[in-house]
Design a binder for this molecule. Sequence first.
Ligand SMILES: CC(C)(COP(=O)(O)OP(=O)(O)OC[C@H]1O[C@@H](n2cnc3c(N)ncnc32)[C@H](O)[C@@H]1OP(=O)(O)O)[C@@H](O)C(=O)NCCC(=O)NCCS
Length: 140
Amino acid sequence: METVMKFDCLGVDWNIVSQTLRQVGMACYEPDLHRRAFENSLVTVFIYHGDQMIGFGRAISDGAYQAAIYDVAVVPELHGQGIGTTIIRNILTRLPQCNFILYAAPGKEDFYKKLGLRKMKTGMAFFRKADEMAKKGFTE
Ligand SMILES: CC(C)(COP(=O)(O)OP(=O)(O)OC[C@H]1O[C@@H](n2cnc3c(N)ncnc32)[C@H](O)[C@@H]1OP(=O)(O)O)[C@@H](O)C(=O)NCCC(=O)NCCS
């Protein structure tokens, strides 16, 4: 079956986005909140296998020189097949003038290192759920 990439939000089933994020243990919300987040992002990437969505990611950006990557996920049964790499490469390529930042889920740093990203030394975050994020290993 053919794998297809889409770069807009038309026809996206936001239930699947929410469900996939939950399945892989990432922050997930009501489908409509994900719709807002993706529609308000400058770059979105969705990967389909036939009509099944198998992965996605997005970047918010000023469109000039700064961008941040969020919500990168691949359905669990297809991990390790290069789909995550395709998502990140496409995001980076679509904003060639931008610097990118992201915070990796703890344990996923090597995935990003293989794509040429480097660990930040001075990254700071203001999380609304600060204690929860510290417990999950995101902050000191
Ligand atoms: C992280 C994730 C997006 C990677 O996607 P993927 O399609 O499985 O990754 P790829 O097949 O493109 O892997 C590319 C390389 O990264 C490596 N890699 C993938 N996941 C890794 C991990 N968790 N830790 C270390 N290396 C990893 C692969 O082994 C591969 O290395 P190789 O090129 O030497 O073979 C995917 O596993 C996922 O959805 N995980 C759950 C959600 C998540 O953690 N998202 C990231 C939030 S920051």
